[in-house]
Ligand binder design. Structure first.
Ligand code: TXA
Ligand code: MG
Length: 344
């Protein structure tokens, strides 16, 4: 299959919407990462998503809508008062909420679960595409399963060339990390995946909220996660990644020692560090994580992809403070490192 990349003009969005309506797959920009979309009410179109990504069939998808009115037919019962407050505060935006599903949602969208994940994105191209298509759009991140999420059309092309007919190019994604996934079915909102909307913001709107403990640790042998996505190794660069956590000076010394040892063994190490710390690593090969939390969120997936392009076979990263957007950055870094985090 020939994969075209088109700037997201009106004509290209109309073509993409027509393809979605007829059961094909189209990649499109959102403010978080690029999505790989299909008609979310058409089980055979949805099956094509799993095939194109090589995604395990037990990992459910998010349904994307373009107005709050589209929510009700997809869920069982009315949204709670708390869910409504969340919608008012964070939609459109990088928030996905999990509700009991209605019978209209095909079983493969939710991987057989009785709950469904729904998000109303902010990106104008995403919203116009969903509106033109006239259906909820099922869309995971548009990477091959296990690879870092794509934050530019070129990343999607790297992973999906030959597998899908069309990629809408809307430039770089503003947030750069996937949406915050919050389970709204329990007594308090529970964050299953930290993202662009922070735990602190959710707590302010709801008065309560918890972060699932599996967000910052590997699952135990045989443990059943609340979100199937937690099970899979994700975002992993080809090189082996270790994270160092602790006081800045100690972290720098530990990373320099490990780097020098790896280089002496003839390996090709790379250091991922905060912009303000780069000078401390002397002439060693470094890549900036960014200067602050927002920039780190924005850069993290591109940095992980770059590490591969640079041929780094071993990576050492500074830990990031797990608060605000930093929690989401640390979650992606941690998972890329299979939670190999060394306290120094
Ligand atoms: O920002 C985003 O959320 C992007 C853009 C394209 O919207 N999408 C995205 O989708 O990241 P995906 O499929 O890569 O991640 C969806 C996550 C997975 O970890 C999945 O396990 C979880 O949401 N999920 C989906 N439905 C769920 C459900 N019913 N219960 C628990 N977790 C669910
Ligand atoms: Mg994904």
């Amino acid at each position: 299959m020939n994969t075209r990349v088109l700037p997201a003009s009106d004509a290209a969005i109309r073509e993409a919407a027509a393809r979605i309506r007829s059961g094909e797959l189209v990649a499109f920009p959102t403010e978080t990462v690029y999505g790989l979309g299909a008609n979310g009410l058409d089980a055979s179109a949805v099956a094509r998503i799993f095939e194109a990504k090589g995604r395990p069939g037990d990992n459910p998808l998010i349904l994307h809508i373009c107005s709050p009115e589209q929510l009700r037919p997809l869920i069982d019962g009315e949204p709670s008062e708390r869910a409504r407050r969340m919608m008012d505060a964070f939609w459109p935006g990088p928030l996905t909420m999990i509700f009991p599903k209605s019978a209209r949602v095909p079983a493969n969208v939710t991987a057989g679960l009785d709950t469904v994940a729904i998000r109303l994105p902010l990106h104008p191209v995403a919203r116009r595409l969903i509106e033109e298509a006239g259906v909820p759009v099922a869309a995971p991140s548009a990477n091959r399963s296990g690879r870092p999420s794509p934050t530019a059309a070129a990343h999607v092309f790297e992973d999906m060339d030959g597998r899908i007919p069309l990629i809408l190019d809307g430039g770089a994604c503003a947030v750069g990390l996937e949406s915050t996934v919050v389970d709204m079915t329990g007594a308090t909102p529970r964050i299953l995946r930290p993202g662009g909307v922070t735990a602190e913001q959710i707590e302010r709107v709801c008065g309560s909220g918890e972060v699932d403990p599996a967000v910052m640790r590997p699952l135990a042998e045989g443990e059943r996660p609340r979100s199937p996505g937690m099970k899979y190794r994700h975002y992993a660069p080809a090189g082996e990644l270790t994270i160092f956590s602790g006081e800045a000076g100690r972290v720098e010394r530990a990373i320099c020692a490990e780097y020098d040892r790896a280089a002496a063994e003839g390996r090709r190490p790379l250091i991922l560090a905060l912009e303000g710390h780069l000078a401390a690593y002397g002439g060693r090969r470094t890549e900036s994580l960014g200067a602050d939390e927002a920039e780190m969120a924005h850069r993290i997936f591109a940095v992980l992809r770059d590490a591969d392009a640079l041929g780094a076979d071993v990576l050492f990263s500074e830990a990031v403070e797990a608060r605000g957007l930093g929690l989401a950055v640390m979650n992606r870094l941690g998972r890329a490192a299979a939670f190999h985090i060394v306290e120094v």
